[in-house]
Design a protein around this ligand. Structure first.
Ligand code: ZN
Length: 338
C-alpha cells in the first residue's frame, strides 16, 4: 500500500513542515517498514532519495507522482541521495538512463555509486572476514547469505552530477537548505538543513522509531581513521547543538522534536557502553562475538553484522579511552584494562 500525504498547503504551519514538499512513503520488506521519498516541484521537479531497484517500487513512485501531475520518466530533473544504500538510491541508475536526471550526492559516496557492483563485492569480502575476526563460529560468509545478491539486485550503478560538501546550498521547494555532513550510519550521510524553519531532511541519520546502525566500513573506502560509532556520536551532538526542531527522515514518521530524539539515542549509546563494560568485567577476556551474544542473544544471521558493528564500535571508543586492551590473533580479543 502506498501512502502519499496531501500536498502541503499555505494553511499549514510552515515552521512544522517544509512548504511545497510531498512525502511519498513506500512499503519495503525490512525492519523500517517503509522508505520515504520526498518530492518538490520547485525550483526544478526534484526528489530526495529513490526506492530500491525493482519494477514494483518504480511503479509505486510513478503512480504517486502522477497524482501530483508529474511523470517520473519525463519530469524529474534532480535526485538528491542522502546516502548510497539501495533503499535510498536503488533506482538511481534507471532514472539517469530514463530521463537524464541529475544525481546529487555527498562527496565520497560517488565512488560507491559509480562503481556499485565492484564496491559491493569488496564489502561482502570485507564483512565476511570481519565476522570471522570477531569470533563468529564457522565462516563469516554463512552469516551474510543473500547479502551480496540483495545488494546487486536492488541497488544500481549511477553517474553522479554534483558532489555536495558541507555548507553547500540546496534549493528544494520554497526552502534553501544547506548540506550538513552527519557521518556514522555511512561515512557519506548528510542532511539538508534550514536554520530559519529549523527543519531538516535527515535520511537514515535520524529515524523516529528505530535506531540507525553505525555500520563498520571498509577502511579502503571510508578512510583509514574512520570510526563509525565515534562519528555517529559526534554527528548526533552536532545536530543537537544546531537546534534543528523537526526532522523528515528516510523511514517512518517525521520527528517533531529533534533534541529529544538525539538525547534518547545518545543516552541509549551510553547505556550500552555500560553493559559492554560490565560484560568485559565478568568475562575478563572475550571476542566481540561473545559480547554480542550476551547483549543481543536473539539476532538472526543477517543481523549479526549489525550487532558486531555496534560492539566493535564501542570497543574502539573504549580503546581510545584506555579502558580496554585489544589483542589481534586469528580472532580479535578484548580485555578490560585494570
Ligand atoms: Zn535506509
Amino acid at each position: 500500500m502506498l501512502e502519499i500525504s496531501a500536498r502541503f498547503s499555505g494553511r499549514q504551519h510552515f515552521d512544522m513542515r517544509p512548504m511545497d514538499v510531498c512525502t511519498i512513503s513506500i512499503p519495503i520488506p525490512y525492519a523500517s517498514g517503509t522508505v520515504n521519498v520526498y518530492f518538490a516541484e520547485k525550483p526544478v521537479p526534484a526528489l530526495i532519495d529513490l526506492p530500491p531497484n525493482e519494477a514494483h517500487y518504480c511503479e509505486q513512485l510513478k503512480n504517486a507522482l502522477r497524482r501530483q501531475g508529474y511523470s517520473l520518466s519525463r519530469d524529474i530533473e534532480r535526485v538528491i541521495v542522502t546516502h548510497p544504500h539501495f533503499d535510498h538510491c536503488g533506482l538511481a541508475g534507471w532514472i539517469v538512463e530514463e530521463c537524464g536526471a541529475e544525481i546529487w550526492a555527498f562527496t565520497g559516496s560517488t565512488r560507491y555509486l559509480e562503481n556499485f557492483p565492484e564496491e559491493s563485492k569488496e564489502d561482502f569480502a570485507y564483512y565476511s572476514s570481519l565476522l570471522e575476526k570477531a569470533g563468529v563460529p564457522g565462516r563469516g560468509s554463512e552469516y551474510l547469505e543473500g547479502f551480496l545478491e540483495t545488494l546487486l539486485r536492488l541497488g544500481s550503478k549511477a553517474r553522479v552530477s554534483r558532489y555536495l560538501k558541507e555548507g553547500d546550498e540546496i534549493a528544494f521547494g520554497s526552502t534553501l537548505f544547506r548540506a550538513v555532513h552527519v557521518p556514522g550510519h555511512t561515512p557519506w550521510c548528510f542532511m539538508m538543513y534550514d536554520a530559519k524553519k529549523q527543519i531538516a531532511f535527515t535520511g537514515d541519520f535520524l529515524i523516529r522509531d528505530i535506531s540507525s546502525n553505525a555500520v563498520l566500513q571498509r577502511p579502503a573506502i571510508a578512510g583509514g581513521g574512520y570510526k563509525s560509532l565515534k562519528s555517529y556520536i559526534s554527528s548526533l551532538k552536532k545536530v543537537r547543538d544546531l537546534g534543528v526542531r523537526t526532522a523528515f527522515p528516510g523511514h517512518g514518521a517525521r520527528i517533531p522534536d529533534v533534541s529529544v530524539r538525539t538525547g534518547e539515542i545518545l543516552s541509549s549509546i551510553q547505556d550500552r557502553r555500560g553493559l559492554i563494560l560490565s560484560i568485559l568485567a565478568r568475562r575478563r577476556v572475550c571476542t566481540p562475538y561473545e559480547i554480542m551474544i550476551d547483549l543481543f542473544p536473539d539476532l538472526s544471521d543477517w543481523q549479526i553484522l549489525l550487532g558486531i558493528s555496534e560492539v566493535i564500535g564501542h570497543l574502539e571508543l573504549l580503546e581510545e579511552e584506555n579502558m580496554v586492551h585489544r589483542e589481534e590473533g586469528i580472532s580479535l580479543v578484548f580485555s578490560r584494562v585494570p
